[in-house]
Design a protein around this ligand. Sequence first.
Ligand code: 5GP
Length: 115
Amino acid sequence: MTETLFTKIINRELPADIIYEDDHCIAIKDIAPKAPTHVLVIPKKPIPRLVDAAEEDQALLGHLMVAAGKIAAEAGVGDAFRLIINNGADVGQTVFHLHLHILGGKEFSEAQLGF
Ligand code: 5GP
């Protein structure tokens, strides 16, 4: 199977600004930030989209959420951040390896659900 872009980053085959790593995920700074703080939390398991996650991935998905809270705090946005998962090309998913966007450091309007 061809490695995803993010698997190459996880395996250090491509460079990235890695700010967190544990046994199950890494967090990197987004290369094209849409907010002052824009971090991607990426499972080491290359699940293409959220809807491709299976029952066996429940603990991993929970781990990503808990990790995201800690990573956001460490990235300096405290408890004010937005967490986004793009599922599918039609809503803007471009890298088909599941990832959570942590966005913070700016105000988001209530109506603005995207970046
Ligand atoms: P998506 O649109 O799939 O939800 O998000 C993919 C994100 O990955 C985008 O915000 C994009 O800027 C980011 N990205 C794409 N290629 C790279 C890369 O090579 N390095 C890093 N750090 N981020 C990337």
